[in-house]
Ligand binder design. Structure first.
Ligand code: B12
Length: 230
C-alpha cells in the first residue's frame, strides 16, 4: 500500500524501524482525539553511543541534535505526503518542540504524545527498566518520532505489553541518578512507579554541564549500557 511506499522512499536505509499503532483513547490533551499513529525510529550511531561511558560526549550531543532535526523534517515530510493523498495527519516533534516552559510539562515532565507508547503499540519493542524504549532491532539506541491520523491506513501491528528485560539490571545499577528502581514495566505500571524522571533530569543537567560545558540536559548512560542493541 501507499504507506509502505512513502515510508520506504523516506527511510530507504537499514537505519530505521517503523510501525503502525492503534492509540485510540491512549493520548491526552491536544492529541486526545487521534486513533492511530505511525512511529519511526532512527538508529543512533554505535561508535558515538559506545563512547558514552562516564557521561555524554560533545559528539553525542551533536548527534542527538542532528537526529532530532532529521526526524522533525521526516515527520513533516511524511505527514505532508499523507495529506496530499487525502489522509489527514499531523506530524509531532521528536523532543520538547517548544514545550519546555509549558506548566503541565514542568509539573509532570510529561507531554501529550509519548513516542515510546506508540512504539510499544506498534509492536517494535518494550519499555526497559530504564524507562527507555528497547527496540527488537537496535535496543534503546534509537530516537523516535510519530505522525498521528484518524485513518486506519493499514492493519496495526500486535502491541507488546510487558518488559523483556528479564533479570538484567545493568541500567538500574549504572544510572548515576539512581532513577530506576528495577521494577519491570507493563502497561498497567505508570512511569513514576518505576522511574524517577525528576532525578533523571537533575542528573542530565549535571552531566551536561560537566561533560558538554553548559546545561545541555543530556546523559545517555542508560542508552549506552543496555546489552540489547550493542
Ligand atoms: C519528557 C522527556 C524526558 C524527561 C522525562 C523522561 C521520561 N522517561 O518520561 C527527562 C528530561 C527526564 C528525559 C530524559 C531522557 N530522555 Co527524554 N524525552 C521526554 C519526552 C520529550 C516526553 C516523554 C514523556 O512525555 N514522558 C511521559 C511518560 C508518562 O511517558 P513515556 O516515558 O514517554 O512512556 C511511558 C508510557 O508511554 C508507558 N507506556 C508504553 N507503552 C504503553 C502502552 C500503554 C497501553 C500504556 C497505558 C502505557 C504505555 O511506558 C513508558 C514508561 O513509563 C520524549 C519525547 C516524546 N514526546 O515522547 C523524550 C524521550 C523519551 N527521551 C529520550 C531520551 C533518549 C532521553 C535521555 C536518554 C536523554 C538523552 N538524550 O541523553 C534521558 C533518559 C531518560 C530515561 N531513561 O527515560 C528518547 C527515548 C528514546 C528511547 N529509545 O526510549 C525520547 C523518546 C525522545 C526521542 N524522540 O527519541 N526525557
Amino acid at each position: 500500500m501507499m504507506l509502505q511506499t512513502i515510508l520506504q522512499k523516506h527511510t530507504n536505509t537499514n537505519d530505521y524501524i517503523y510501525g503502525l499503532a492503534n492509540v485510540s483513547g491512549l493520548l491526552s490533551g491536544e492529541y486526545a482525539d487521534y486513533k492511530y499513529g505511525i512511529v519511526i525510529g532512527k538508529r543512533l550511531d554505535n561508535t558515538i553511543v559506545d563512547k558514552i561511558t562516564g557521561g555524554p560526549t560533545p559528539e553525542y550531543y551533536d548527534h542527538y541534535k542532528n537526529t532530532n532535526k532529521e526526524l522533525t523534517e521526516l515527520a513533516i515530510d511524511i505527514s505532508d505526503k499523507l495529506n496530499i493523498n487525502g489522509i489527514q495527519s499531523i506530524a509531532t516533534a521528536p523532543s520538547l518542540g517548544g514545550k519546555k516552559q509549558d506548566s503541565k510539562y514542568k509539573k509532570y515532565l510529561s507531554l501529550d504524545i509519548s513516542h515510546k507508547m506508540l512504539a510499544t503499540r506498534a509492536g517494535l519493542g518494550w519499555i526497559g527498566k530504564s524507562a527507555l524504549f528497547i527496540s527488537y532491532k537496535f535496543g534503546p539506541r534509537v530516537r523516535l518520532v510519530s505522525i498521528l491520523t484518524n485513518t486506519l491506513i493499514e492493519f496495526c501491528n500486535t502491541p507488546v505489553n510487558e518488559s523483556q528485560c528479564g533479570d538484567c539490571n545493568i541500567c538500574v545499577e549504572k544510572c548515576p541518578a539512581r532513577a530506576a528502581n528495577g521494577i519491570p514495566w507493563n502497561t498497567t505500571i505508570y512511569r513514576d512507579n518505576f522511574f524517577d524522571a525528576n532525578k533523571c533530569r537533575e542528573m542530565c543537567r549535571i552531566q551536561g554541564k560537566k561533560h558538554i560545558g553548559f546545561d545541555a540536559s543530556i546523559c545517555g548512560i542508560c542508552v549506552a549500557v543496555c546489552p540489547f542493541g550493542n
